[in-house]
Design a protein around this ligand. Structure first.
Ligand code: CA2
Length: 144
């Protein structure tokens, strides 16, 4: 059985495609999920979004228990959550941090990611296409 991929999304990303299209594009999160499932090419994939830190942490624990690969866009929690960093540190599997925008070209408060301290790889600035790119890369990392 192929190891699953968890794609986890943080606060406000449920509004993707509806606000700030000049930064995040017009693709909705539902459309992003469909892109991810297509990119997974039959590998089991879980796709979640929450505006609550603890819910994201619970999904990280589930991913760890399933020996999954984790693709995570923590959104604003990227820069504030040591709790998410601590949860990710428990994972033995690969972790890809994903951002739609290039956070390093934006405001300074978006420049210091806690998640990057543990991530296997970081993708930032590819727009919504970063998601299927991350899923394909994660599949390669998982092998099996
Ligand atoms: O570029 C990304 O994916 C971000 O993780 C998005 C976060 C931002 O805080 C990070 O610096 C970069 C913001 C998520 C808010 O998502 C929205 C999407 C559409 C409309 C409004 C907010």
């Amino acid at each position: 059985m192929s190891k699953p991929i968890f794609v986890l999304n943080g606060p406000n990303l449920n509004r993707l495609g509806k606000r700030e299209p000049e930064i995040y594009g017009t693709t909705t999160l539902a459309e992003v999920e469909a892109m991810c499932r297509a990119a997974a090419s039959g590998r089991p994939l879980r796709f979640h979004q929450s505006n609550f830190e603890g819910e994201i942490i619970n999904w990280i624990h589930e991913a760890i228990d399933e020996k999954a690969g984790i693709v995570i866009n923590p959104a604003a929690l990227t820069f504030t959550s040591i709790a998410i960093l601590d949860a990710l540190k428990m994972s033995a599997g690969p972790i890809i941090e994903l951002h739609i925008s290039n956070i390093h070209r934006r405001e300074a408060y978006y420049h210091n990611s806690f998640v990057s301290k543990i991530a296997t790889a970081v993708i930032a600035g590819l727009g919504p296409n970063g998601y299927p790119t991350a899923v394909r890369a994660m599949s390669e990392l998982l092998g099996d």
